[in-house]
Write a protein that binds this ligand. Structure first.
Ligand code: NAP
Ligand code: GLV
Length: 309
């Protein structure tokens, strides 16, 4: 009986060692060296090719190697009985919060403008904006969005959050659902997108909705690239309605070499590194989920197939 691991090739050895160390006697096979498919009981990984999971008749659980599971739902023939778990790891959550803070502070402190002035060799003071007037809004009030907001509170920005279902969060003005989106965006100078990609969130930030942001607003996206319509974001940056964007996730990754984001003066590109899954801290929950899957117990951080997150 075996676990099948499919990770980023750069990480595979780390994951293999971490799982093997914690599960002595359990064979860890590395995709695509599957061996006898009837021996695979648990899959751990990222973006198994559509249709492949159907080929393991004794499969009892699927563990995403990330917090997001949109890569799982790309499979149109995902076995219906299969429980799916995602990573929720305090290390990853804190890592994401730090990336969010880096970019909120970057935009609040007008760092992109000061870098442009530096490139021109110009000593010039821009009119400052008080942090008490810089309204930050976070889309997604789950593990990541909730933690980012808790940390952002220490900076004193007026905060808001938007989620699918109504929430109460200390010190945060909350909005929910379709009806809450326009008022949420209209009061947000720095928008942080930490939503999962689902049929309901794909292309959510299109020209119409991005235009609800106030003039000069900045967009930070670490959720998924497909939340945003690229051309619409670029058009609003070019028109001056939006002031800047910091993007860690893209519709296609790696970002195509000729994509306009690379060279756009108002776009900061990061190669999907805001919060990586770390084997040392995430392995214990995977090992526990392996045990649970075999015992027929509910997995930790189980994904809701209807909601798709
Ligand atoms: P989570 O705990 O499941 O939280 C998701 C949040 O999004 C919830 O508050 C949920 O609302 C809200 N939401 C979902 N669908 C919505 C909709 N249609 N309208 C409004 N709100 C909606 O997820 P998480 O752990 O915070 O992770 C969020 C995403 O971050 C992941 O799915 C992944 O795509 C991304 N991520 C990126 C990186 C990276 O390195 N860039 C790393 C980790 C994760 P409710 O509270 O009402 O359910
Ligand atoms: C990374 O993008 C993740 O979903 O964990």
């Amino acid at each position: 009986m075996a676990i099948l691991l499919k990770s980023d090739p750069d990480d595979t050895r780390g994951w293999e060692a971490e799982l093997a160390r914690r599960l002595p006697g359990v064979e860890v096979r590395i995709w695509p060296e599957v061996g006898d498919p009837a021996e695979i009981e648990f899959c751990v990984g990222w973006a198994f090719p559509p249709g492949s999971l159907r080929g393991f008749p004794k499969l009892k659980g699927l563990q995403s190697l990330g917090a997001g599971v949109d890569h799982v739902f790309r499979d149109p023939v995902l076995p219906a009985h299969l429980p799916i778990a995602r990573i929720v790891d305090p290390y990853m959550t804190e890592d994401m919060t730090q990336w969010v803070m880096l970019n909120v502070l970057r935009f609040h402190k007008q760092d992109p403008d000061y870098r442009r002035l530096q490139a021109e060799g110009r000593w010039h003071e821009l009119p400052p904006l008080s942090w008490q007037a810089r309204r930050v809004g976070v889309m997604g009030l789950g593990e990541l969005g909730g933690h980012a907001l808790a940390r952002l509170r220490h900076f004193g920005y007026p905060l808001a959050g938007w989620s699918r279902t109504a929430k109460r969060v200390d010190g945060v003005e909350t909005f929910a659902g379709e009806a809450g989106l326009q008022p949420f965006l209209a009061r947000t100078d720095i928008l942080v997108a930490l939503l999962p990609l689902t049929p309901a969130t794909e292309n959510l930030l299109d020209r119409r909705r991005l235009s609800w942001l106030p003039p000069g607003a900045c967009v930070i996206n670490a959720g998924r690239g497909r939340l945003i319509v690229d051309e619409d974001l670029i058009a609003l940056l070019d028109s001056g309605h939006l002031g800047g964007a910091a993007l860690d996730v893209f519709r296609r990754e790696p970002l195509e070499p000729d994509h306009p984001f690379w060279r756009h003066p108002s776009v900061i590109v990061a190669p999907h590194v805001s919060a990586l899954t770390r084997a040392e801290t995430a392995a214990p929950q995977i090992v526990e989920n392996y045990r649970r899957a075999l015992a027929g117990e509910p997995l930790l951080h189980l994904v809701d197939r209807q909601r798709r997150y």
